[in-house]
Design a protein around this ligand. Structure first.
Ligand code: NAD
Length: 244
């Protein structure tokens, strides 16, 4: 077991990549606190070994701080929560930009601020932030607000990596291509022609298919584990070739 004896906090673990990653971390022996704002989704963790499910809204700073105080010192933080807004620059509203920065960026900083003191006291920790290839790595159509905030995630990741590299803390980002998750299905179904929309998402993936969440989780396990102990400040893509 690659994560035996380690403790992990995962945000947005109710579905999609967060869910698959929480299961993968637990399967490797980590004690996982799987959190989400949606308590109904968390029922899926009932009976899963090594997983404690708990409601946590990462837009609520006080809730994050209070929750972190109930946890033992963490070895792993996977910041997975995020939102995707549709539209180019001319469609980007102030409200969307504000909300996306709050959920995609500020919430990650808040969870980091809540768990970092414990990691520093222990002299070790791996922080993994969910970014995307749609960020400073690549521009994608109709993802202005999203790509802007995910680029900021890479900035946050490198900042944390740089500041704490001498104190046993590593911080890396995961950058998926298009992953077949419930929210992607919603984005597809919001189109006038969902079948065509799905085809278009698939067409932009050189491998000719979408990823499954279980294909992103191994990257999270790697970055969480000591196998990546020389790795920090990096943006790891698992993208089906979209950035070739
Ligand atoms: P998803 O979008 O289907 O599910 C998101 C989860 O986040 C839900 O369980 C939801 O309840 C939870 N959530 C929403 N607001 C929250 C809050 N305030 N506090 C706590 N939890 C909250 O899952 P997904 O598509 O796997 O996306 C997860 C992350 O991966 C996001 O950051 C997303 O930007 C990123 N990502 C997704 C893709 C993709 O194609 N699906 C690609 C690259 C990056």
């Amino acid at each position: 077991m690659r994560l035996q004896g380690k403790t992990a906090l995962v945000t947005a673990a109710g579905q999609g990549i967060g869910h698959a990653s929480a299961l993968a971390l637990a399967a490797e022996g980590a004690q996982v606190w799987a959190t989400d704002v949606n308590e109904t989704l968390l029922a899926r963790f009932a009976g899963v070994a090594n997983v404690t499910a708990a409601k946590l809204d990462v837009l609520d700073k006080a809730a994050i701080d209070a929750f972190a105080k109930t946890l033992p010192a963490l070895d792993i933080l996977f910041n997975c929560a995020g939102v995707v807004h549709n539209g180019a620059a001319l469609q980007a509203s102030d409200d969307d930009l504000d909300f996306a920065f709050r959920l995609n960026v500020r919430a990650q900083l808040w969870t980091i601020q809540a768990v970092l003191p414990g990691m520093l006291a222990a002299g070790r920790g791996s922080i993994i932030n969910m970014a995307s290839v749609c960020s400073s790595i690549k521009g994608l159509p109709n993802r202005c607000v999203y790509g802007t905030t995910k680029a900021a995630v890479l900035g946050l990741t490198k900042s944390v990596a740089a500041d704490y590299v001498g104190q046993g803390i590593r911080c890396n980002a995961v950058c998926p291509g298009t992953v077949d998750t419930p929210s992607l299905a919603e984005r597809i179904n919001a189109n006038a022609d969902p079948l065509e929309a799905r085809k278009a998402f698939i067409a932009r993936q050189p491998m000719g298919r979408l990823a499954q969440a279980e294909e992103i989780a191994p990257l999270v396990v790697f970055l969480a584990s000591d196998e990546s102990q020389f790795v920090t400040g990096q943006a790891y893509a698992a993208d089906g070739g979209i950035t070739i």
